[in-house]
Design a protein around this ligand. Structure first.
Ligand code: FAD
Length: 318
C-alpha cells in the first residue's frame, strides 16, 4: 500500500488532536508515515503508532523549537524525498498552511487547503472543502505532482488502529534560509486555560447582544461549565469587548466544533463563514427573525441575560 506523510502538530512533544484526526483520514489513502520534528519524537511515537502510523520519522534539532517555518519545510521535504508518498497531509493551522504551501512550491505539486474530509479514488485522494461562507461543498483533486493537503481541525473523529510505528531518524540538510533566522524574544500571551478556539469540541460565542466587555463573563462561565472555548463576533471584537484572536468568521478564525453556541449574534454571512460547518448549532437571540435561526439545530428565542446563566447552572448540575 502507498505511504502517506502526516505532519505532526505537537506541543513540547505531546501530539495534538488534529494530528490524530489526520492519521485517521490518512488511513483511507494509504499507510501513514508520521513526521515529528523537535523534542519528544521517540516518546510520541507510541501515540502515533496507536493511531495507525506505520513509521515515525523524527528529528530533534533545536531549530524546530523556535516557531520558524523554513527548517520544518526542509525536514518535511527530506521526508518527502525519502518516502515518495501518495500524499502529504498537514493540519490547517496558520503554521501548517505555510509549511504546506512552501513544500508544494518546492516539489512542484498542487495544494488543497482547509479540507474537511478526504477519500481515495483511482486518480488519487479527493478532498472535500466547504466554500463561499460554507454555502457550498466542493470536491477537488490535485492533478499535478504529489497532493499536499491541509485539513481543518475537527474534520474527523480520531480512531485508533494500532500499527508498528517504527522510529527512524530523518536526515536533514538545513537550507541557508533556515539557519539565517533566529528568534530573539518571545512574549507569550497569558493562557486562559480554555481549549484553543480552532481545536475545541465546543465553542460558546458572544456578539453585540452581550452589550459590553464585562458581560462576557457570562459567556465565559457557560464555556467553562462545558469545557469550551470562547468565541466572539466581529461586532463584539470591534467594540473592544473581546480580543481579535477570539473572532469567529471570515476575517477571524474558522471553527468546526461538535457544538457551537451563539449568544446575541445575528448570523451575518461573514460570521457564518467561520462556524457554519459546526456539527450542532445552538443560538440564543431575543429576535425570532434573526437570520442565525435559519441555520440552527436548536434555537432559543429569549434574552441571553436570562438564558445563558440558567443554562450554565443547568450544565453545572449534571
Ligand atoms: P448584530 O448583527 O448587531 O447582532 C446582534 C444580535 O444580538 C441581534 O440579532 C439581536 O437581536 C441580538 N440581541 C441583542 N440583545 C440581545 C439579548 N439581550 N439577548 C439575546 N439576543 C440579543 N463578523 C463576524 O462575526 N466575523 C467576521 O469575521 C466578520 N468579517 C467581516 C468581514 C467583512 C469584509 C465585513 C464587511 C463584515 C464582517 N463581519 C464579520 C461583520 C458582519 O457583517 C456583522 O456585522 C457581524 O457579524 C455582526 O455581529 P453581531 O451578530 O454580534 O451583531
Amino acid at each position: 500500500m502507498a505511504e502517506v506523510l502526516v505532519y505532526v502538530d505537537h506541543v513540547g512533544g505531546a501530539v495534538r488532536k488534529p494530528t490524530l484526526e489526520l492519521l485517521t483520514l490518512a488511513r483511507r489513502i494509504g499507510d501513514p508515515v508520521a513526521v515529528h520534528l523537535g523534542p519528544g519524537g521517540a516518546a510520541a511515537a507510541k501515540t502515533l503508532a496507536e493511531y495507525g502510523a506505520v513509521k515515525v520519522l523524527t528529528h530533534e534539532a533545536a531549530e524546530f523549537a523556535d516557531y520558524l517555518v523554513v527548517p520544518k519545510v526542509d525536514a518535511l521535504q527530506a521526508a518527502y524525498e525519502a518516502v515518495s508518498p501518495a500524499a502529504v497531509l498537514v493540519p490547517s493551522s496558520a503554521e501548517g498552511k505555510e509549511i504546506a504551501a512552501r513544500l508544494a512550491v518546492r516539489i512542484g505539486s498542487g495544494i488543497i487547503t482547509d479540507a474537511v474530509d478526504l477519500e481515495n479514488s483511482d486518480d488519487g485522494p479527493v478532498a472535500t472543502q466547504s466554500v463561499f461562507a460554507a454555502a457550498f461543498t466542493t470536491k477537488s483533486r490535485v492533478s499535478r505532482g504529489t497532493p499536499v493537503i491541509t485539513v481543518k481541525p475537527n474534520s474527523a473523529t480520531p480512531e485508533t488502529a494500532p500499527a508498528a510505528g517504527a522510529v527512524d531518524e530523518l536526515a536533514v540538510t538545513f537550507s541557508e534560509a533556515a539557519t539565517g533566522t533566529k528568534v530573539t524574544a518571545r512574549n507569550p500571551r497569558e493562557s486562559s486555560g480554555r481549549p484553543e478556539l480552532t481545536e475545541a469540541a465546543i465553542v460558546v460565542s458572544g456578539g453585540r447582544g452581550v452589550s459590553g466587555a464585562d458581560n462576557f463573563s457570562l459567556i465565559e462561565a457557560l464555556a467553562d461549565s462545558l469545557g469550551a472555548a470562547v468565541g466572539a463576533s466581529r461586532a463584539a471584537v470591534d467594540a473592544g469587548w473581546y480580543p481579535h484572536t477570539n473572532q469567529v468568521g471570515q476575517t477571524g478564525k474558522q471553527v468546526s466544533p461538535q457544538l457551537y453556541i451563539a449568544a446575541g449574534i445575528s448570523g451575518a454571512i461573514q460570521h457564518r463563514a467561520g462556524m457554519q460547518t459546526a456539527k450542532t448549532i445552538v443560538a440564543i437571540n431575543k429576535d425570532e427573525e434573526a437570520p442565525i435561526f435559519e441555520l440552527v439545530d436548536y434555537g432559543v428565542v429569549g434574552d441571553l441575560f436570562d438564558v445563558v446563566p440558567a443554562l450554565t447552572e443547568e450544565v453545572k448540575t449534571r
